[in-house]
Design a protein around this ligand. Sequence first.
Ligand code: CP
Ligand code: NVA
Length: 309
Amino acid sequence: MESLRGRDFISLKDFSPEELWYLLETAKNLKVQRKRGVDTPHLKGKTLGMIFTKASTRTRVSFEVGMYQLGGYALFLSAEATQIKRGEPIADTARVLSRYLDGIMIRTFKHQDVLDLAAEADIPVINGLTDLLHPCQALADMLTVYEKKGKLRGVKIAYIGDGNNVAHSLLYAAAKFGMEITVASPSHYLPAEEVVKEARMIAAQTQGEIVITSDPQRAAKDAEVIYTDVWASMGQETEREERIKAFQGYQVNTDLLKVAAPGAIIMHCLPAHRGEEITEEVFEGEQSVVFDQAENRLHLQKAILASIL
Ligand code: CP
Ligand code: NVA
């Protein structure tokens, strides 16, 4: 799709529903081709730099393997091992990397750093998670919902827990695809007002619906998808104890599942903390699709890479 070539992938709000559908369909095709052993050398000779100032298992491995499967190459750039850690400005790093690479994937704390990097770089920048957003995760999750439910429009999704980066990107994704999303968080941990406002504006054009509540039972009622994430994200380690207290009652467990639609799927971006946001029983239960989600990160990100680089 011509409109995607050369673009940054920083927030789902920047893309039209048509562009996002195109990425889902491309991911589906790449997934089939992978399973059939068909070669997909779309990025032959291209190189992706991957900057990480936070830990990662899925994002790092799926981007690295994804580039390899597309005939390209990926470089892991840990902040510690680069001059970033020693204070080289983001703007300078962006301009230097633009002379070597064809794209940059970055996972870091401040969302503004990713915007700054993208503003200075001449090559596409992909957001691999910031404190504000996790767009690759949410779009890959849409592929999983689409595979399991056969549609996205009108699907009822309940997000139970912290109004964090994953919740924010799910709000944008649900709005873009015309879904009904209810986020249930304790009153001090609701999603950011700005994100909710923007998601509501998008939903108004797609017949989607956004509900924010502090009542997990209300959110889970008749939901076809129940989604949760950790209560303390990376960078919030010191708040862990107080968060565990605040989130009591927000666990995804068999009681909550009882009010959901029959055959509801359980989603989690991983890593999970069993016994906190989700019980072992539900995590390992037959409604759980968490490892399909993890797999789809690979296929969806290959679609992003092949489309924008
Ligand atoms: N879900 C996710 O982004 O996992 P990693 O932190 O392992 O990359
Ligand atoms: N909300 C979590 C997601 C990890 C993939 C975090 O930011 O740590």
